[in-house]
Design a protein around this ligand. Sequence first.
Ligand SMILES: [Zn+2]
Length: 71
Amino acid sequence: MSYECAKCHSSMEEGFLLEKGHYNDLSSEVWVSGSPDEKSFLGRMTIKGKVTYNVRTFRCTNCGYLESYAR
Ligand SMILES: [Zn+2]
């Protein structure tokens, strides 16, 4: 499946946004349902019980526009 840039209609290349976590752990971004303001009882952000999707981000090879899809 190929995507076309919404801005300049050039071709998009597939990739993902990299998240640099603690201790330089590398992971891709994840889409999470709900609000990031919902904290656990320890006051930490939590994704327990939430719907998550891996996010794929396409980059326009011409203008650099980014478009993300959570599937
Ligand atoms: Zn473009």
